[in-house]
Design a protein around this ligand. Sequence first.
Ligand code: MGD
Ligand code: MGD
Ligand code: SF4
Ligand code: MO
Length: 707
Amino acid sequence: MTTAPNDTTRYAYRTCPLCEATCGLKLTVEGAQITRIEGDPDDVFSHGFICPKGAVLDQLHTDPDWLSAPMVREGTTWREVTWEEAFAHIAQHLQPLLKAHGPQSVGLYLGNPNVHNMAGSLYTRPLIKALGTRNIFTASTVDQIPKHVSSGLMFGSPGTIAVPDLDRTDLLLMLGANPWVSNGSLCTAPDMPGRLKAIRARGGRLIVVDPRRTRTARHADTHLFIRPGTDPWLLLALLHTLAATERIDLGPLAAYTNGLETALEAVATITPERAERHCGIPADTIRDLAQQLADAPSAAVYGRMGTHTAPFGTLASWAADALNIVTGNLDRPGGAMFARSAHDRVSTQPKGRGFTLGRWRSRVHDLPEAMSEFPVATLADEITTPGDGQIRTLITIAGNPVLSTPQGDRLAEALKGLSFMVSVDPYLNETTRHAHVILPPPTPLERSHYDLAFNRLAVRDVAHYSPPTFTTDQPDESTLLAMLALIASGQPSTADPSMVTALMLNTLVQREVSSPDSPVHGRNPAELLGQLDPALPNPEKVLDFMLRTGAYGDAFGDRPEGLTLQQLKEHPHGIDLGPLKPNLPQALSTPSGCIELAPKPIMAEIDRLLAEPEPDTTQMLLIGRRHLRSNNSWMHNIPALVRGRERCTLLLHPDDALRLGLAQGQQARVVSRVGELEVPVEVSDELMPGVVSLPHGWGHQDPQARL
Ligand SMILES: Nc1nc2c(c(=O)[nH]1)N[C@H]1C(S)=C(S)[C@@H](COP(=O)(O)OP(=O)(O)OC[C@H]3O[C@@H](n4cnc5c(=O)[nH]c(N)nc54)[C@H](O)[C@@H]3O)O[C@H]1N2
Ligand SMILES: Nc1nc2c(c(=O)[nH]1)N[C@H]1C(S)=C(S)[C@@H](COP(=O)(O)OP(=O)(O)OC[C@H]3O[C@@H](n4cnc5c(=O)[nH]c(N)nc54)[C@H](O)[C@@H]3O)O[C@H]1N2
Ligand code: SF4
Ligand SMILES: [Mo]
């Protein structure tokens, strides 16, 4: 924070925590008020970019519905309680339930904002450990988990995710993403519009594949309509064509890639003609696309939401990376690369334990775990189906699954049957209104920020730290989660939350000193921990430790120029650590030390795809969409963001409107296998005929919510 000319005014710089773009914001602060929020022109990554959501961060801070005290519910009556009372109440209910019904009787749901704050990123793990439950659900299974699974199978770790090298690529083939609006996902790059325009400005090309002509598609060189759910056909036909035209060229990747032959054999029958019948993209266009990919000096195939949250999402996710590999574009500038986040250490040897799926299965529907979680779509089943291991207690943290996950009305009914529910959430909303206790975190301006999740997915290596803009006497969210962990492990509700951090640091330091990969291998744990400033808040101690042992860290004095938290504090606009660097084969952690191009579960998915019948084109298909001024289900409480035209509408093509006798503004009834609703119609030729689009996260009519 620096002081502005007028000495009652100060500027505060902070990373926006609302989406994956991690823009730097410049806040003008007068006393306890924010008088202006703009993009920080000096930010090393975002260079002044801001979107309408970042610009109203202060309105979250001042939202009167943002809870400022813990709440306890009896029947339909809520009362504010002290923090001591809230923790005592939780201990009084949670501990006997755990004792009586065992760890599996507790379910945990983690929502999206967990990955946007340090507390959620660091302190949910000790909570999971303390609970000892396998009934873990997150927003990932309605989002990016296919990418984790395919990356885990190919590269050895579900966190080893390749991102398009946006700022250097010559050709970006983008499927199922609309970053002009979403500002990007699994590809952290503030100012997506600017960066995408720059591709074309430097002579590169942008090709967008989407059943809707989105804003992103309108700015592309080419937009191809695709029948929803059929991306694997297109992508596998591209692989097929590259092989058939002898354009496979792995370059240096060939030395450490297994399974090329098996993978190409698996797509041998997927000709462009066959793919066309499924995906609707003409065979000649597919052949031309394959040639463009092979000819481009560098190219990146990038698939997101629309390809992942679909049937065969994991196969589509694999196929995108497989294309990057067989064209030699993985891990090379302009292709798809791996970030080196400042808080992770760089691996020096390519071998590891690899990644396994389905180590255990869900109780009711026998679904495999992936990354220790079950699909959230089965959460309601686990709550309502009696038997050993039935979920009786639920903890939700930063999630609104009633509005954000499939069959939310069924889940809401299920929540009513729980013995006990705790929510860590600032709002009394459609989900948390079923809780018995709500623990609200401080506002985004009252907490510090370092992006633990998205620096791992960024198109440049960067690091930023933001201190709290305002102080508060409310406990930090890390304290709330640490208290839940302590209570879950049987500690009294008066236990000291710092114990959790101490344990975490101990685990970290032991791991580092015993790992030959670590820059502090063999050092004395007490000496390292002794170098951490005892005055730092708990999460910052962990962060400083991670930064100092990370890719660019000072290795606790061994690399004196290296990064520390103190250095980040001295650079409020962030520190630029340069463009993406080649990381292979060292970043691999497969048992073979090689890229596994033909993992068995993926090859089995290809067989399953080949058994699919040709699509029934008389069936209308429903897809989603995002709006620039919205964020899943939870920013609809900010007047500046919801003003204006109704946005929860059903988009459909004029031909379909005519055929169905629907006109602009009329109510349409949408019926699926599991639900139905009424929604106003918006006729638009930006939709592919046969497809309708409805945004998610709406339906705030629950009278028990306080929004
Ligand atoms: N049909 C359809 N459904 C979808 C999607 C789609 O595209 N189409 N998208 C899916 C995706 S990608 C996602 S990520 C999920 C999101 O699913 P969820 O994460 O379950 O839902 P959100 O609407 O993001 O709700 C976020 C919750 O976090 C709370 N919150 C906000 N900030 C904080 C904080 O700092 N701390 C805490 N403790 N709580 C906070 C909010 O009040 C809100 O209750 O939705 C999925 N659902
Ligand atoms: N403004 C705003 N920004 C957000 C969010 C928000 O709610 N609002 N949510 C945030 C979150 S949690 C996430 S995960 C990211 C997601 O960010 P993105 O991955 O960019 O996701 P979407 O914006 O939903 O875009 C998905 C696109 O896929 C298309 N699509 C649908 N089905 C198919 C298909 O079968 N094949 C193909 N090829 N395309 C298909 C849709 O038409 C849509 O244009 O956005 C984040 N940013
Ligand atoms: S693009 Fe995302 S990170 Fe940037 S200001 Fe908007 S919401 Fe915040
Ligand atoms: Mo998401």
